[in-house]
Design a protein around this ligand. Sequence first.
Ligand SMILES: [Zn+2]
Ligand SMILES: [Zn+2]
Length: 275
Amino acid sequence: MTNLEKQTDEILALRSIFDTKFRLLDDNNQYEILIDFDLIEPFIIRYNDERTIINHLPPFTLIIHYHEKYPSDYPPSFMLSCFYFSKSSLQNLCQKLDNYSFIKDEVCVYDWIELIKHEITNEIILQTKDDEQINDLRALNGYSNENIDQIYQSLINYNNEQHDKQFRNQLQTCLICTDIIPGMDFIRLHRCGHFYCRSCLNNYVKITLNNGKFGEKLHCPQHQCQKALPPNEIKQIIQDAQLYQRYERLTLQHALESMNNVIWCPRSVTNRKEK
Ligand SMILES: [Zn+2]
Ligand SMILES: [Zn+2]
């Protein structure tokens, strides 16, 4: 087999393994693969004194460039990109790939991917001291000291987005009506994380409001969960402008009545009690 045939075969194999995470970049000799890490639970991100447990990390990008001497003589050229790796750890990883014992005539990209995957298993530590001289141009997009706060936050945001996406795409059971329906038809309460199908939650909130309960008394329907629903969540659940206005009036009136130093203006309409 010629080098070109082996390269074509390797591309076919990688494309079938990585599917949408594989992308040809230029003619047939350059491509990128988005590599997902297999995280061992609980996976921890550490940053200064903070630690967060997550389940999802953004993919790592490996860019491969074939040349005519691969795989007969040398490994292909590559570039590595990952925004939550420090510049120096990306550079170290470049060196690891350089030190990989390449066997002439054998393709190596899949083995490289396995090697990269083993870089992260159960935690990452975002370090603020990373002052080594960086000169390996193949290490793209690593973080430096200045933007480390943003990196930490964007990893948390990414994890939350993936978690929501997974929830929306799976079947879930409503704790009120016990129906099993797709997650996208559910509302998850921000304060406690309990979730209910839209129509059950809508009915529950409307009935509770119509019974004159609001504020701390309008809480998550889960038995023993007393987390009150915040106004924006109530608005989203009931989808009823008139009812929401009534809720706002009740809340305001209640708040004013509980203040000792408020004197009602006899000419103001707000003096009238909500019936
Ligand atoms: Zn339900
Ligand atoms: Zn709850």
